[in-house]
Design a protein around this ligand. Sequence first.
Ligand SMILES: Nc1nc2c(ncn2[C@@H]2O[C@H](COP(=O)(O)OP(=O)(O)O)[C@@H](O)[C@H]2O)c(=O)[nH]1
Ligand SMILES: [Mg+2]
Length: 298
Amino acid sequence: MNNSFFYKIKKFFFDKKQDIVKKEDIDNIEKILLSADIGTKITIKIVSNLEKKIKNNNIKIDDLKKILKNDILNIVKVKKKEKESIIKKIEVSKKPYVIMIVGVNGVGKTTTIGKLSFFFKKKGYNPIIGASDTFRESAIEQLEILSKKSQVSIIKQKINSDPASVAYDTVQSAISRKKDIVLIDTAGRLHNRINLMKELSKIDKVIKKLIPKAPHEIILVIDANTGQNAFEQTKNFSYFTKISSIIITKMDGTAKAGFILKILNEYNIPIQYIGIGENLNDLKEFNEEIFIDKILKN
Ligand SMILES: Nc1nc2c(ncn2[C@@H]2O[C@H](COP(=O)(O)OP(=O)(O)O)[C@@H](O)[C@H]2O)c(=O)[nH]1
Ligand SMILES: [Mg+2]
């Protein structure tokens, strides 16, 4: 971890807070940015902006932090501007609005479905959950407990039944019972990655038989503790399907999820929510300013 971009940036600012910024300091920042793989283009943009600002002004290292924060914020904002919040998308969509939750094992998909169903219920919607992770008995039970807690209907079948068939049943039931949101849980690991991707594609296809535009939303769940592998996960899941949103879980711990920057920079996928605990109401909207503050804080 100590070689990470954020560690280096923090160390840089901490070491010489009150010094006036010199050209060589900017060179150092450039090196740090480049080593973080956030992309040459953006690094050049940030660096030339910093160079312009220090040219005729005596700027302290501490102020440089503010400038850098603003620049990073701009990168994140541009990407986000093109995207709408899930609630807005639900409002303008035909019902039911079908949401599929994907991600590797243990990141918090099932827990997040519980939180989302609770959140949507509070907003006045009437969601239904589909237990398409049929790989483990405990996954079905866990979802059942969560659905009871948030008082939301659930469609399930036996362990090892066809996940696509469960998804089909859930969407069909949502149509006939006039539910407005469908939340489909999925497995994070089958016998191998290809199997998982095939299974997810099958669920996707089967849902389309009932509603051609569905799933309207595919949410990738990522654990904040994942590190740079989060980027690989985004790449792998994006390869098989169009990920429309990301939720980062376990942001209540020490992990700062710096990888978010790289994902936002390379993929045009907005982070919608963050998970901040194991309870039903531990879901918050993602705020990029708070996120960047946390990263640059000494
Ligand atoms: N602290 C914390 N724990 C979480 C959060 N989200 C999920 N978890 C925990 O992570 C573990 C795996 O969650 P689960 O939903 O079963 O993951 P799945 O395999 O992706 O469905 C469980 O112990 C959850 O309670 C979160 O936001 N914060
Ligand atoms: Mg699960």
